[in-house]
Write a new protein. Structure first.
Length: 295
């Protein structure tokens, strides 16, 4: 991977990691489904009137929009609302890296290197350690929603590869058209008009700032950057980079929410960093020994 693309990947993962505690701050004053609906409404409008639709079939835009708007981010927000700590949520979503590696092998016939296989093992141990040491207020349902969102992200990665889209920013903008309506309907079915009334009467600056960060930093910039990397490199090479997200997510939670990292959690984070380092190393397979000729 070129240095400029590696730098882009680190910046994208840093913004995504910070997005988890910032989302938690935004959820203080708004329903999680409604927050997600507003996020993708602002991600789409008014930009679709100025950005030409990408030259791909509409089915890819609809599928990606619903997956990453409804099946991914709405479930992440619900999981955090149910009590999953933002740092833990950032870690659980990284199971998408394992799912994506599997899709790469299954659908694109990509070969996993020795380093990637070792990295998967180390990361799995680290993620399990994080979950085991997380606070007890997180519900089983919240953990389940985060794992479903991780799987959804991996499917979204596959859609990027299959659609062969080139106009990444346009792709994000136009795909964002499709999540708001189902999310607004789900909000109404779940809670009636109460979330909408509270939004009008109790708008807080913290919620607005959180929403703007989610739209322009975590959606427009991050998905443009991430999808560009998926366009240029095999999914098996890009996916492990997402393991940096929980490191930034936990760090952001410490700074913004006062989260404290215990010994077990610190060891788990170190394992995840080791997994990333091992996965990026170019391991050469030993070449067969050349037979020596007897004199």
């Amino acid at each position: 991977m070129q240095k400029k693309h590696l730098a882009l990947a680190v910046l994208v993962t840093a913004v995504w990691g910070l997005n988890f505690p910032i989302t938690k701050l935004g959820l203080v004053g708004i329903d999680p489904l409604l927050l997600t609906a507003l996020r993708f409404t602002l991600a789409a409008l008014p930009w679709v009137f100025f950005v030409r639709r990408p030259a791909i079939a509409m089915k890819w835009l609809v599928a990606y929009g619903l997956i990453f708007g409804v099946a991914m981010w709405a479930l992440i927000n619900l999981g955090i609302e149910l009590g999953v700590p933002p740092g833990t949520a950032a870690l659980l979503i990284q199971f998408s890296a394992f799912f994506t590696l599997g899709w790469g092998v299954l659908l694109f016939r990509e070969q996993l290197s020795v380093g990637q296989i070792l990295g998967v093992g180390l990361a799995a141990v680290g993620l399990i350690g994080i979950i085991a040491s997380s606070p007890g207020e997180a519900t089983t349902l919240g953990y389940g929603l985060l794992l479903v969102s991780a799987f959804s992200w991996s499917v979204g990665n596959v859609i990027i590869k299959q659609s062969k889209v080139r106009e990444m920013f346009a792709f994000v903008v136009w795909a964002s058209l499709f999540p708001p309506v189902p999310l607004l309907l789900l909000t109404w079915l779940a809670h009636g008009s109460a979330p909408f009334n509270e939004l009008v009467t109790h708008v807080e600056w913290l919620t607005v700032c959180s929403l703007l960060f989610q739209v322009y930093a975590a959606t427009h910039f991050c998905y443009w950057g991430w999808n560009l990397l998926l366009r240029e490199y095999p999914v098996s090479k890009v996916a492990p980079l997402s393991l940096l997200i929980p490191v930034f997510g936990v760090s952001g939670s410490m700074l913004l929410l006062g989260h404290r990292v215990g010994l077990n959690e610190g060891i788990s984070i170190a394992l995840i960093l080791s997994a990333l380092a091992v996965g990026l190393v170019k391991w050469r397979r030993p070449s067969p020994a050349t037979p020596r000729l007897l004199p």
